[in-house]
Every structure is written in structure tokens, then in C-alpha cells.
Design a protein around this ligand. Structure first.
Ligand SMILES: Nc1ncnc2c1ncn2[C@@H]1O[C@H](COP(=O)(O)OP(=O)(O)O)[C@@H](O)[C@H]1O
Ligand SMILES: O=C(O)C1=C[C@@H](OP(=O)(O)O)[C@@H](O)[C@H](O)C1
Length: 298
């Protein structure tokens, strides 16, 4: 019983740590999960390139799918990822979504494309991508790798495009396809979301409410830039890279709880920002948004 699936990394429009409302957009960076199910009753996990990486999330994803759709199987899960871990680019959402879809595939459970159907936790025959995403969010809460559950990041990773969500209710408030060029700066340091200073984030809640209004009004660039200034201040990240990008980018923000910074806009304009960001230590890379979301490979 084998399944393989891939899901996307994402960048932040609005960090949900202040109010529970968040917004994110999928980028062209993939995490692939390979799941093998068998008659054992334990699940082993492995992260390619990170022998000491925390595999609780992906093992819990397999367990949750088996609890709902399987018959007590165990097995193994292995991820291979282009999304740097704990860099603010939603590696946890991508790993969870890919693992949930791969496990569903191993169990021959069909996943509907549409996100229009309500997920019915009692329906053990079918599920849609939004429902599959919620399983990963619950597993992330179980594994303790998230503050709010991060349904904002998980829905962008699963569905593609940009999403706005209420993470307290795991409710999708808005979903839209967007086609932007994206510039990312990822310094070498790492910041696990579970370690973020939530009380400091709560201090900027009035700004987060403004960002939510802008995002729900489709003004994603302005939303991102306000978000970046507010959360960089709250979480003590530098604002210089954002200030350098502002004359050229449609929007620029600290992504998640950092340390990566994402800028969106036209490619020619972002190339000017890249020239500046390249002077900094770390990795500066150009990518695009993705509108297709996660997919089953096998
Ligand atoms: N490729 C992966 N395979 C398995 N688990 C992963 C992978 N990437 C991230 N994770 C899990 O997600 C955690 C990091 O989550 P988090 O701090 O929210 O970072 P991010 O902002 O990148 O999502 C890791 O400690 C690990 O448990
Ligand atoms: O754990 C969480 O609840 C969240 C973590 C943050 O993202 P990162 O995991 O990218 O830091 C944030 O942007 C998101 O809105 C909510």
C-alpha cells in the first residue's frame, strides 16, 4: 500500500498570531511525501537531509488518516523538501498536506478537487482537499508545531493561490488565484513557530485587523507591507530589507514568524530588489506563486 503526494510552501500576507485571522499565498517550492502502509502498528518517519528532524508531525498525519479511513495500519513516511524548515515558508504545512494526501492515496481514498463541499468527519468514503487540509492542521496541533493550527498556511499550500482564514474556527474566508512573481530572502537562522512570542504578537492586533480588512478587500500588497512592519517590530526582526524593497515591490513582508522575507510584484522590479538583497548573507531566490496547490503523484 503505497502513496506519494506533493504540497507547496507559502509566503505570508497576514500572520494569524495576533488575532487568529491569517492569510498566505502558495509559492513554487514543493515538499513530497512517500507513504508505505503495512500490518505493523507503528509509524516511522524520516526527513531527507535532516536525520535529527522532528518527525512527530508527519507520523501523526499518517495516524490520523488511518484512524479515519484505514484499518489500524502502521508503516513509514519519508519527506523530501525544497521548502527550508522553520524559515517562515510553511514547511510544516507542506509536509502535513503532502503526507495526508499520500496516506489517502495509499488507502485508495479518492480526494475531490473542489473545495466547495463541506468536510463531513463521519464520511469515511470520500474527502475533498479542504477536508484533507484540516486533518493536517489537527495533526499539527497534536504534534505541538503550531500556535493557531495555521489553517491559513495549510489552505494556501493545499489549494494554491491566496487564502484568508479564521484559524480559531478553521474557516476559509476567501480563496483566490493570484499570479505574482515572488522574491524570497532566507537567512541561515531558523525560527520555530512554536517558540514565537505570542504575547508580543497580540500587542499588534489593531494592525492585524487593518491587514485583514486590506486582504479581504483584495489589497494584498498593502496588506503584506503593513503586516511585515507590525510583526517585524513585534518579533524583533530587521525592517531594512523591507524598506529597501518598498519602492519596487507591490508588497513585502516578514513571512510567518520569520526569518524569511517575501516580496511580490513584477519580475523586472523584483530583480532590482534582488540586487540589494544579494548583498546580505543568506539565500535570495526568485520564484512565482502557484495556483494549482497540492497533488497526488501516485
Ligand atoms: N520536510 C518535513 N518533513 C517532516 N516534518 C517537517 C518538514 N518540514 C517541517 N516539518 C515539521 O514542521 C516543524 C517546523 O514548523 P514551523 O516552525 O512552523 O516552520 P515553518 O514556518 O517552516 O512551517 C518541524 O519541526 C517539523 O516538525
Ligand atoms: O503556528 C501558527 O499558528 C502560525 C505560524 C506562522 O507561520 P510560520 O509557521 O511560517 O512561522 C503564522 O504566519 C501563521 O499565520 C500562524
Amino acid at each position: 500500500m503505497y502513496g506519494e503526494a506533493a504540497a507547496l510552501g507559502a509566503g505570508t500576507v497576514l500572520n494569524a498570531l495576533a488575532t487568529g485571522v491569517g492569510s498566505a499565498f502558495a509559492i513554487d517550492a514543493e515538499t513530497t511525501a512517500r507513504v508505505e502502509l503495512d500490518d505493523t502498528d507503528t509509524v516511522d518517519g524520516e526527513i531527507a537531509g535532516a536525520p535529527d528532524g522532528d518527525t512527530r508531525l508527519i507520523r501523526r498525519c499518517v495516524e490520523r488518516v488511518v484512524e479515519r479511513f484505514g484499518d489500524g495500519q502502521g508503516g513509514s513516511v519519508r519527506t523530501v523538501s525544497e521548502v527550508p524548515m522553520a524559515a517562515g515558508l510553511k514547511s510544516s504545512s507542506a509536509a502535513a498536506n503532502a503526507t495526508v494526501l499520500a496516506t489517502l492515496s495509499a488507502l485508495d481514498v479518492p480526494v475531490a478537487d473542489s473545495s466547495g463541499r463541506v468536510d463531513d468527519p463521519d464520511d469515511d468514503a470520500r474527502i475533498d482537499r479542504e477536508g484533507a487540509c484540516r486533518i493536517g492542521v489537527r495533526a499539527a496541533r497534536d504534534a505541538g508545531v503550531t500556535v493557531t493550527g495555521a489553517f491559513d498556511d495549510a489552505s494556501a499550500s493545499m489549494l494554491g493561490g491566496v487564502t484568508v482564514t479564521d484559524n480559531d474556527a478553521d474557516d476559509l474566508l476567501h480563496h483566490e488565484a493570484v499570479e505574482w512573481d515572488v522574491l524570497v530572502w532566507t537567512p541561515a537562522t531558523r525560527a520555530f513557530s512554536a517558540d514565537a512570542d505570542v504575547a508580543r504578537c497580540a500587542q499588534v492586533a489593531p494592525m492585524a485587523r487593518l491587514v485583514a480588512d486590506l486582504a479581504l478587500d483584495g489589497r494584498y500588497g498593502a496588506a503584506m507591507t503593513v503586516n511585515g512592519l507590525a510583526f517585524s517590530a513585534a518579533l524583533d526582526f530587521p525592517t531594512d530589507p523591507a524598506v529597501e524593497a518598498m519602492p519596487h515591490a507591490a508588497g513585502v513582508s516578514l513571512s510567518g514568524t520569520g526569518p524569511s522575507i517575501v516580496a511580490v510584484g513584477e519580475r523586472d522590479d523584483l530583480e532590482q530588489v534582488r540586487d540589494n538583497w544579494n548583498q546580505r548573507e543568506g539565500d535570495t531566490w526568485m520564484t512565482t506563486t502557484r495556483t494549482d496547490g497540492a497533488r497526488v503523484i501516485e
